[in-house]
Design a binder for this molecule. Structure first.
Ligand code: FAD
Ligand code: NAD
Length: 459
């Protein structure tokens, strides 16, 4: 700090303007608290809007259109091979999709009286932070909400940059490489691998465990795995990438125990770590666990009564909708309301083709915990709606408590699974019985009927 630096006094200072941060700030403002958001990138939306959820889903929509056009041959409609105008695609994603939503968020902030301060925040004790950047200033607060998100990681020996891309670099679509190596068969590797495959890259996906989407029920992953076998040049499981060296024109990769292999670019998607370093948390009573997550209670309060934390910086699941809910909980708790993050069903959706979605208790988790459950499945082969879409490759599963029939969880794979899971999440959250779902009339022909049909098998 130097003489003349600005000092602000507010009720709440939110550090980070992603889904966790802006949801918290908007709710604080609605509840009458004077609130500022400090964001290092001087914008609202965070990783989700600018280099995550939204641009990836826009590109997956494009991939879906290409796939549908190809599939149309089956029903006698032939389109020519797609031609790609990369500049137009980038403009659509960046301006029409991301830019429009970013403007909307900025307008909401203005409307609610939430100021966005540009710069990097560093906490200086439990009641103050300094903003580093073009306009250094100090912000004194009654409460701070840490919502700094997460950053991409890389395997040991791998440096991100240039032709070795993280998700943000891949979403910027520098080119469509002829040969793309995707390291990691999780959310990002599968979603962006499918985007690049649809746009013309030969995609080799390498996953270190014995299956894609480790931890997700295998019956839900299987249809996606089959699709990847068809559309990717190769899927190599039980294989690690231990070295990636970028040259001016290519990437040399050490894959498994073999010799070096050459690709045009690589996408590294092996997980994300919380952005909790260098934040000055050590000057507060907040605690960070050995994985770098800020420890919080069910109200999102850290070990310091004036410091709260929400979103990816607090650990798994690193999902935007969880961050948003946590943001509202923290805001309401600060305002003295009886709020807690007590959701039992945080839905997860992998927006691939086919989509994979689940919520509540999974069979894998039940098995791990030694918990007895009954699982019922309906394959989409018998679904009228699936037939009309030419897509019988789906599955709907309900996980229920034996004896009571209470719905504990659900899993869906197939086109539209990401939308369908909302009904299951509501049913699980509301502690409905499978019978309640069976007795609810579902419109015909819809894919949602498969939820009703699965529930009916229990009657
Ligand atoms: P972030 O969105 O990461 O925002 C953190 C903000 O804090 C950033 O703006 C950053 O600039 C700022 N910041 C960091 N440090 C400081 C500091 N010291 N001072 C000031 N500002 C700081 N989730 C889903 O639910 N659905 C999806 O479809 C989905 N797709 C994804 C696709 C990709 C490619 C990626 C990478 C992620 C995706 N996610 C998705 C995850 C989702 O983006 C995150 O869970 C979500 O953005 C977390 O929100 P957050 O508010 O915790 O942090
Ligand atoms: P991830 O945890 O989903 O997947 C990482 C994968 O990389 C795992 O399968 C892991 O076994 C594998 N791996 C790790 N080291 C490896 C190595 N050396 N060689 C080969 N494979 C290796 O992580 P991600 O895909 O980077 O995504 C990060 C997070 O972002 C996700 O966990 C999720 O929380 C969020 N995200 C969500 C969505 C969505 O909601 N649709 C989309 C993208 C990202």
């Amino acid at each position: 700090m130097v003489m003349g630096d600005l000092v602000r006094e507010v009720d709440v200072a939110v550090i980070g303007g992603g889904p966790g941060g802006y949801s918290a700030a908007f709710r604080c403002a609605e509840l009458g608290l004077e609130t500022v958001v400090v964001d290092a990138e001087a914008r609202l939306g965070g990783a989700c809007l600018h280099e995550g959820c939204i641009p990836s889903k826009a590109l997956l929509h494009v991939a879906g259109v290409i796939a549908e056009a190809r599939r149309a041959r089956e029903f006698g409609v032939e389109f020519g091979p797609p031609t790609l105008a990369l500049d137009a695609l980038r403009t659509w994603v960046q301006e029409r999709v991301v830019g429009k939503l970013a403007k909307g968020l900025a307008a909401v902030a203005r409307g609610k009286g939430v100021e966005v301060i540009a710069g990097r925040a560093v906490l200086e004790g439990s009641r103050s932070l300094r903003v580093e950047g073009d306009e250094p200033q100090q912000v004194r607060f009654r409460h701070a909400i840490v919502a700094t998100g997460s950053v991409a990681t890389a395997p040991p020996g791998v440096t991100l940059g240039g032709r070795v891309m993280d998700a943000a670099a891949a979403l910027a679509m520098p080119e469509i490489p002829a040969r793309l190596l995707v390291v990691g068969g999780g959310y990002i590797g599968l979603e962006l691998g499918q985007v690049y495959a649809a746009l013309g890259s030969q995609v080799t996906l390498v996953e270190m465990t014995d299956g894609l989407l480790p931890g997700v029920d295998r019956d839900l992953v299987q249809p996606l795995a089959r699709q990847c076998q068809r559309t990717f040049a190769a899927v190599r499981l039980d294989t690690r990438v231990t070295g990636l060296t970028a040259t001016a024109a290519s990437v040399e990769a050490v894959v498994g125990s073999g010799g070096p292999e050459t690709f045009d670019r690589a996408l590294v998607a092996v997980g994300r770590r919380p952005a909790s370093d260098g934040l000055g948390l050590d000057t507060t009573g907040a605690r960070i666990d050995p994985h770098g997550h800020v420890e919080i209670d069910e109200r999102c309060r850290t070990g310091d009564p004036h410091v709260w934390a929400v979103g990816d910086v607090t650990g798994e699941p690193m999902l935007a909708h969880r961050a948003m809910r946590q943001g509202r909980v923290a805001a309401e708790a600060i305002a003295g309301r009886p709020a807690a993050f007590d959701s039992v069903a945080v839905p997860a959706v992998v927006f691939t083709d086919p989509e994979v979605a689940w919520c509540g208790l999974t069979e894998t988790q039940a098995q791990r915990e030694g918990r007895a459950v009954k699982a019922v499945r309906v394959a989409w082969g018998a679904s009228g709606r699936a037939a009309t879409l030419g897509r019988a490759d789906g599955l709907t599963k309900l996980v229920v408590e034996p004896g009571t029939g209470r719905l504990l969880g659900a899993g869906i794979v197939g086109p539209g699974a990401g939308e369908l899971i909302a009904e299951a999440a509501l049913a699980v959250e509301a502690a409905l019985l499978a019978e309640d779902v069976a007795l609810t009339i579902h419109a015909h022909p819809t894919l949602a009927e498969t939820l009703m049909e699965a529930a009916e098998t229990l009657r």
